[in-house]
Ligand binder design. Structure first.
Ligand code: DHE
Length: 497
């Protein structure tokens, strides 16, 4: 597999060639001479990531300035601090946050040209070529240096580690048998990796700025949801070749970005929320699908969403209501708003049974509280205060606790364990005081769980889910999400979907 670069810029011309770089045209020239060979014409990305405002949204300008100045360790991104003066670097930083002069496009031909096939799965052994339990493997994203690690979920030994595209985001998704895992990067790269043979199969750039991907429950299709361009892209799950781009245009003709896409296994369909028009789309993949959307009119613009256990109802973050909205996928009706005032991160919500009834809990990004809803009545039954706003939640049917993090603020080293029956915080852990602890995932049997110490000098901790003792610490650079194959392909209670 070719080396996937994580660099931001590379030098190609002597600095003497750089005249006055503080004016806009010269900054464009500065970009062309210094950065374009890696970051692409029109900043669309190349071996290095795209450098469009849409791509840099998560990175602060000061951080970009530091990367130009000091380079990125362990990457091909050189330090420019001794070669460019401060004015040049400042001008480059503001240029990168300025919308492109030529509005970026990404057409079918671009998608096809980006497609690479590294191996033919048909020619590879179809049983695991390692001794670990294939359904208890963990896929761990090491965000700090753009790598992925594959861990044995029994011994917690590493099977392999490989470089990913820049900034993987969202949960990787698996083929129904757990053999293949599909990743999406914020820059639109979709990769398919074979967990039996520990090798990359294919990659394609499906868009310029991607939200996330979903894999159909029959394993035939991958659906990618994009911000830029605003569209859906259907790929053949066998080799990631392009099947069909679907522009996301509302029934009134308004183009839209895609908030999120998920598969609804019981419905044999993909469900899609649109960000700029008030519609939810359902795309059936049963039989010989044409992927024509069934349009459901929402009562608001919707962001990320989750489902009830039977996948009949969708719970979405609703912008206008500053809360949530419930949509009945059977009747196609928006049922009700739900009172979730703290900017819920509904994609991270989980459900479990309490007194024989399903409850759903979600963290909130702007307030330190966990909202718990009754899934029969849609009533908010409890707001559980935490030490700060959180991002993720996880549990397992064998665990009495729902684990949630404090992601923001001074207490972001805390992890709360919420008793799933009393809805009280039963324990607060500070695994590494002073360092952000976030995102857990259980082993398939629920006896252990992995927890990230989300720091450059971070680690993946393995904890015993009963004694809460640390049983192993694996040093890592900002480990972010981790995903257990068996839990994911079983869509089990307590994990993300
Ligand atoms: Fe995420 C999942 C949206 C910022 C790490 N995040 C998701 C999903 C969505 C989403 C829609 C579900 C996709 C899936 O699993 O298929 N995330 C958003 C945002 O809208 C937000 C707030 C702003 C943005 O710029 O996109 C956002 N997310 C972040 C981060 O800053 C995080 C902490 C670091 C990062 O990598 O960018 C982050 N998001 C994650 C992770 C998941 C995720 C690790 C997968 C969680 C899981 O357990 O499945």
């Amino acid at each position: 597999m070719r080396l996937i670069s994580t660099l931001l810029f590379s030098m190609t011309l002597p600095v003497a060639a750089l005249a006055d770089a503080s004016s806009v045209p010269d900054v464009a020239m500065l970009y062309q001479t210094q950065c374009q060979s890696c970051h692409g014409v029109n900043r669309l990305g190349g071996t290095g990531p795209a450098l469009l405002p849409e791509s840099l949204g998560r990175i602060k300008p000061e951080e970009v300035r530091k990367v130009i100045q000091d380079g990125r360790p362990a990457s091909q991104m050189a330090a420019f601090g001794t070669l460019l003066n401060g004015e040049d670097i400042d001008a480059l930083v503001s240029y990168l946050y300025t919308p492109a002069e030529v509005p970026p496009t990404w057409q079918d031909a671009d998608i096809r040209a980006s497609h690479r096939l590294f191996a033919d799965p048909g020619q590879l052994p179809d049983s695991p070529q390692h001794t670990a339990d294939p359904l208890n493997l963990f896929v761990v994203v090491e965000a700090g240096n753009h790598h992925v690690r594959i861990l044995d979920g029994d011994s917690f030994e590493e099977l392999t580690r490989f470089q990913s595209h820049f900034a993987l985001h969202g949960g990787p998704k698996f083929s129904p048998d757990g053999r293949f895992v599909y990743f999406a990067s914020r820059d639109g790269w979709i990769s398919k990796y074979d967990l039996h043979n520990l090798t990359m199969i294919a990659e394609v750039r499906a868009g310029l700025n991607t939200r996330n991907l979903a894999v159909s429950n029959d394993g035939r299709w991958v659906l990618v949801g994009n911000y830029l361009p605003g569209n859906l892209v259907v790929l053949d799950a066998r080799d990631l070749s392009l099947v069909k781009p679907i522009p996301t245009v509302g029934s009134d003709g308004t183009p839209s970005r895609v908030s999120a896409v998920y598969t609804a296994p019981q419905r044999d369909s993909f469900v899609v929320a649109l960000k700029d028009v008030q519609e939810v789309w359902e795309l059936s993949y049963a039989g010989q699908p044409d992927f024509a959307p069934r349009r459901i009119i929402a009562a608001d613009y919707l962001d990320d969403f989750s489902f009830t256990p039977d996948y009949r109802y969708l719970l979405a973050t609703s912008r206008k209501a500053k809360g949530g909205q419930v949509i009945d996928l059977d009747t196609g009706k928006a049922l009700t708003d739900i009172p979730l005032p703290g900017m819920p991160h509904l994609g991270s919500g989980i459900y479990w049974q309490r007194d024989g009834k399903w409850v759903f809990a979600t963290p909130n990004i702007s307030q330190g509280l966990i909202s718990v809803l009754d899934l029969d009545t849609w009533e908010l039954i409890k707001e559980i205060p935490t030490e700060g706003p959180g991002f993720f939640m996880r549990s397992h049917e064998n665990s009495p606790y729902a684990w949630t993090d404090v992601f923001f603020g001074p207490n972001n080293d805390a992890i709360h364990l919420i008793d799933k029956q009393t809805l009280e915080v039963a324990h607060t852990l500070r695994p590494v005081p002073g360092k952000n602890a976030a995102h857990v995932e259980f082993t398939r049997d629920g006896r252990h769980l992995l927890l990230s110490i989300w720091d450059e000098d971070g680690a993946l901790l393995v904890l015993d889910s009963e004694t809460l003792e640390e049983v192993k610490r694996i040093p890592m650079n900002k480990p972010s999400g981790k995903y257990n194959v068996g839990n994911k392909i079983g869509f089990v209670e307590g994990t993300s979907h």
